[in-house]
Design a protein around this ligand. Structure first.
Ligand code: URA
Length: 217
């Protein structure tokens, strides 16, 4: 797809879905949070759902967790205008409760379409919900974070949700380490063919629902 087309397509898609009423969250939201960043990004970062600030501003990750995300992006020499940030849910669950199964079911097609249009080489899933949706797994984040998977032709790397570092400072260091791996993936062009042999050890999780794990680091 032409680069120009990606931007136009994403904009058209936003206009098509911004007044969504597929689930009950449409009744309580202030603003629909489509996501933001570059339509030409090689990497997408996917969170859970808008919180209070995101709901008010209509933008992803603009509260405390967003500040942490900005500092992590900065630590690897990038910024939110070079990536695309989205969420599994486009509307805030009241009181920031966890997304419901039916809400995820009605909303996840929007995320999949965004991925289709942007066509990133790398998807970084932040936290349990986006990880489970994009790896099609029931596994928890603890056993998956920091690993790299291949799913539907893209590299998927789960990390802890940045908000986790708000309450547990030691998680900040883990996030920093994981971002260094993300930098390496970006610099490799996400091309597993050109990654050094020592780093590349493809394992198949055989029989599991999750994507094929790449023993990259
Ligand atoms: N947490 C998320 O998962 N997404 C946001 O946009 C903000 C906080």
């Amino acid at each position: 797809m032409e680069e120009y087309d990606k931007r136009e397509k994403l904009k058209d898609f936003y206009l098509k879905i911004k007044d969504c009423t597929k689930c009950e969250l449409s009744k309580t939201r202030t603003k629909f949070v489509f996501g933001g960043g570059s339509a030409y990004a090689n990497i997408m970062l996917v969170g859970e759902a808008p919180g209070k600030n995101e709901d008010l501003q209509g933008l992803p990750f603009v509260g405390q967790a967003g500040k942490i995300l900005d500092s992590l992006l900065d630590s690897i020499g990038t910024s939110r205008d070079q990536v695309f940030i989205a969420n599994v849910l486009k509307c805030r669950p009241p009181g920031n409760r966890d997304p419901g199964v039916e809400e995820i079911e009605s909303c996840k097609g929007y995320l999949m379409e965004q991925i289709e249009i942007i066509d990133p080489k790398i998807i970084c899933t932040m936290g349990k919900f986006s990880t489970q949706v994009l790896l099609d797994t029931d596994k928890g984040i603890t056993g998956l974070r920091g690993k790299v998977f291949r799913a539907n032709g893209r590299l998927v790397m789960p990390i802890n949700h940045p908000a986790a570092a708000l309450y547990t400072p030691s998680r900040m260091e883990i996030l920093r380490q994981d971002f260094k791996k993300i930098k390496m993936l970006i610099e490799s062009g996400a091309d597993t063919e050109v990654l050094h042999d020592d780093l590349l050890n493809i394992e198949n999780e055989g029989g599991e629902k999750s994507g094929e794990q790449l023993g990259l680091f």
